[in-house]
Design a protein around this ligand. Sequence first.
Ligand SMILES: C[S@@+](CC[C@H](N)C(=O)[O-])C[C@H]1O[C@@H](n2cnc3c(N)ncnc32)[C@H](O)[C@@H]1O
Length: 290
Amino acid sequence: MGVCGAWRASAMPGGGERWGVEVALDLRIRRPFPSRRMAQEEGGSLSEVRARVGASHGITDLAQKLHFYDRWASDYDQDVAALQYRAPSLAVDCLTQALPGPPQAALILDVACGTGLVAAELQARGFLRLHGVDGSSGMLEQARARGLYQRLSLCTLGQEPLPSPEGTYDAVLMVGALSDGQVPCSAIPELLRVTKPSGLVCLTTRTNPSNLQYKEALEATLDKLEQAREWERLVAWPVDRWELATTELEVVPGTSDDDGFISGIVYLYRKRQVAQVEGGRPSAQPLTGL
Ligand SMILES: C[S@@+](CC[C@H](N)C(=O)[O-])C[C@H]1O[C@@H](n2cnc3c(N)ncnc32)[C@H](O)[C@@H]1O
């Protein structure tokens, strides 16, 4: 892992550039993509899978969406494997390269944990102290069966607080749940609340056309928290081959999405330490010695 304190340009959604303290990460893709033929064999008919997952993207009401996940839970892993869904491994690669200390020591919260694909990636890298929350009891049942979480809780983000005291976790992830009808942007400060000072928060969202409006609102929320000095951005990593598109409408002609994949982005933030100012209110301080 190469963590450095150099000032350098970091990739920004929308193609712009930004300067700031950044963690240098080796984010090259290490695994070859499974062939499409293999995906079809693993997940049944790819067109059936596309129809099922495409239907989920179309649901914008949270209660309906969670109900959909309850029913989908037992087929979820197989279906997302067919779509070559890589968000869990990409996010975990990004997070774990920046997380200091031995993996066994870090307490990690997986928000919107689903069936536990993120936990599987974390466990493969030696992270064993894992808690998960999700709004779907069906998905939590699958996660429980995986046996990788020490604690699992039913919690609907945007409606309920996370079931943990302030400053509990060394790292908090939310993968695949930031889009319309799922976790609202208003829930982001709650992730920050349960993160330890100087702990990490890793988030993902899709950047295909139908999610761009949500992504814009998300980035406004992320930027606002940065301006308020609650956290600092370490990484914004745009990824072309995020997962296979469910319809041709999701594919942008004339881009690398042409091969049938949609794109996405991984964000990594570090919560600022709070320093007590003598005779005044506590204020967030930038970290030094990265
Ligand atoms: C696409 S799945 C992602 C699951 C897992 N993180 C992964 O990457 O495989 C989205 C998950 O978010 C959960 N979810 C969506 N909206 C939620 C909300 N507002 N509160 C809690 N969980 C939510 C769903 O139940 C589902 O398990």
